[in-house]
Write a protein that binds this ligand. Structure first.
Ligand SMILES: [Zn+2]
Length: 144
């Protein structure tokens, strides 16, 4: 017996009138591996923007020193990097870009979908050391 899987493409609906939309522009954001799309409603012509990204919490897991495994948290990584960059005027933007860089480094260095928690600290220190010495020291102080 054969089973045929049919993938139906589900489209976003208009924020205003709930009608179908079409993509009128799209771009790949290489560093963050996100797809940015500008959509337009077929019925009322209103436009809005969407972003497609990997859900790391459902794709990667972190294993701590005691062997406990938990979902990877992009938010937690961002907050830790933001704290280290708090002295910078562009801390929000910097922390977002640094979180993308650290995440990409972790994925590149890992052999599977489970990452050791110590590797996160090491990756953050490597990236911060290249970026800002004060942020590097701040992060190191928070993560002895
Ligand atoms: Zn509409």
């Amino acid at each position: 017996m054969f089973f045929i899987a049919v993938c139906q493409y589900i489209d976003m609906v208009c924020l205003q009138c709930r009608s179908n939309t079409q993509v009128i522009n799209s771009r790949l954001k290489h560093r963050s591996n996100k797809v940015w799309r500008r959509r337009q409603c077929i019925a009322c012509n209103s436009t809005f923007t969407t972003e497609e990204a990997c859900v790391y919490a459902l794709s990667l897991a972190i294993k701590n020193d005691e062997g406990l495994i938990q979902p990877f948290s992009s938010d937690e990584l961002f907050l830790e990097l933001y704290k280290a960059c708090a002295h910078r005027k562009t801390a929000l933007k910097d922390a977002r870009a640094l979180a993308d860089t650290v995440t990409n480094l972790l994925i590149k260095e890992s052999t599977g979908s489970v990452i050791n928690s110590g590797n996160i600290k090491t990756a953050c220190l490597i990236v911060l050391n290249r970026f800002d010495k004060v942020a590097f020291s701040q992060y190191q102080a928070y993560h002895p």
